[in-house]
Design a protein around this ligand. Sequence first.
Ligand SMILES: [Zn+2]
Length: 220
Amino acid sequence: MKMVTHLFTDAGRTWRQAAKVNSRGSLIYKALMEEMNGPLGGIMAAQIQRNAQYIKDVPADIARQMTEHIMSQSMQGLRHTDIAKNLQQLFPHMTDVKANLIARTETAKTATALTQSRCELHGIPWYRWRTSEDSRVRDSHRIMDKVLVAWDDPPSPEELSKEKDVGHYHAGCIWNCRCYAEPLIDLDFIQWPCQVYLNGSLRKMSRKQFEHLMPIRNVG
Ligand SMILES: [Zn+2]
């Protein structure tokens, strides 16, 4: 179990990337499924239910079916391009663009849901927002790179960058977002001072200021 948790944060943002590094894909998948049979599975199921509410243009039960399908496929390590193809087999009337958008978005949301569920289980209240750090990162997410965010207080990156507000959400949880959440398990891993999202704005904080903010249980 420790290995899986570790791999997700260090070696790759998805288990597929991690498996590539480790060439022990089936072992990792087995461990992940065992993890899902424990309390993590229930937390994760609730997250996925919530995600399904955001797919607005299909009936609720279809949306749930879709998110569950994508969750299970992305956990098996399928790429979002392959997931999109499988999605179209299930829902033949879906256009390529739509299938790709949903597969890509829901795969990223599944990754964040898994991270968030683990953090909830292990009492880790903060994460670091990470972007792909390339030219395709949207401006509103560029300003979020390496910002510390509390799981119970998702930001509105658009509002922060003075764009049209599209709601509050976590890293990876909006259409076509390739960002991901990196659990904050040790303050030594952070370069201080660091940007922190707090009370609806970004502020630079020293380690001392941040430590005052909330006691962090050191699980690393
Ligand atoms: Zn993003």
